[in-house]
Write a protein that binds this ligand. Structure first.
Ligand SMILES: [Zn+2]
Length: 242
């Protein structure tokens, strides 16, 4: 190596050493940033956390709103055509969405243990059954159009007090006075069900008061809905707007 090259390398080493000392000093000087800088960095950090938090919350909410148990099916909103319902058999030969079988059976068992006699009279309906019922109904407001019934989703169950099974039509307001029905209306939320068509919400649901139609929405939502007295349509609007 020539002397010139050696000097050049020495120069570079020296320059690096000087730079190291300079930046090192700067680092030491900045080791204790002033309060303003600290506050600023904490603030911007908190902003980031808040942004991440609210993004996560939004994502969580969107996911929850799209959950199978919160699906909205009503006179204005049909169930998706490609929606597949995996059913499971329950008592009296009825079928429900397989995920609803357990809470339903638990609710019926507890209702019976309390001394009552609930009886399922309708549960999952195929599109063909819904069409048959709709075509046969004189007053088209009494039966949901095919594709617009929660029964087709397997999430709705009509339950009466068995003492009314012999009535000409057990699906009348008087159903609410029967002991099994009273128990169900009081306790359904503990199993994830709501009374879907409340008395004072007919203008929102567009469905008459049905003190026999229970709909699964999951325990958390059922408790909120039954407690606040809103119907599912109103509840979902609130949830979206939160
Ligand atoms: Zn029903």
């Amino acid at each position: 190596m020539s002397r010139g090259k050696k000097l050049l390398i020495l120069d570079i080493i020296l320059a690096l050493a000087v730079a190291g000392v300079y930046f090192g000093m700067k680092f030491v000087r900045n080791e204790e940033p002033d309060a303003y800088e600290v506050a600023n960095s904490i603030e911007s950090g908190a902003d980031e956390v808040r942004e991440v938090d609210s993004a996560a919350a939004k994502e969580l909410k969107a996911k929850e709103l799209g959950a199978w148990y919160l699906i909205l099916v009503n006179p204005d909103k049909a169930m998706p055509d490609d929606m597949e319902v995996k059913t499971a058999g329950t008592e009296s030969g009825y079928e429900v969405d397989a995920r609803v079988k357990e809470p339903l059976e638990e609710m019926l068992k507890d209702c019976r243990d309390a001394g009552h006699s609930p009886q399922i009279i309708s549960a999952f309906r195929t599109r063909a059954t819904q069409k048959f019922l709709y075509d046969r109904t004189a007053n088209k407001n009494d039966t949901a159009k095919p594709g617009h019934s929660e029964h087709e989703c397997g999430l709705a169950i009509d339950i009466i007090d068995s003492s009314s099974a012999g009535w000409a039509d057990p699906l009348i307001d008087k159903q609410e006075e029967l002991p099994a029905q009273k128990w169900l209306m009081e306790n359904c939320q503990n199993y994830g069900f709501i009374l879907r068509y409340p008395k004072d919400k007919e203008d929102v649901t567009q469905i008459i008061y049905e003190p026999w139609h229970y709909r699964y929405v999951g325990k958390e939502h059922a408790a909120k809905i039954m407690e606040s007295g809103v119907c599912l349509e109103e509840y979902l609007e609130e949830l979206k707007g939160e």
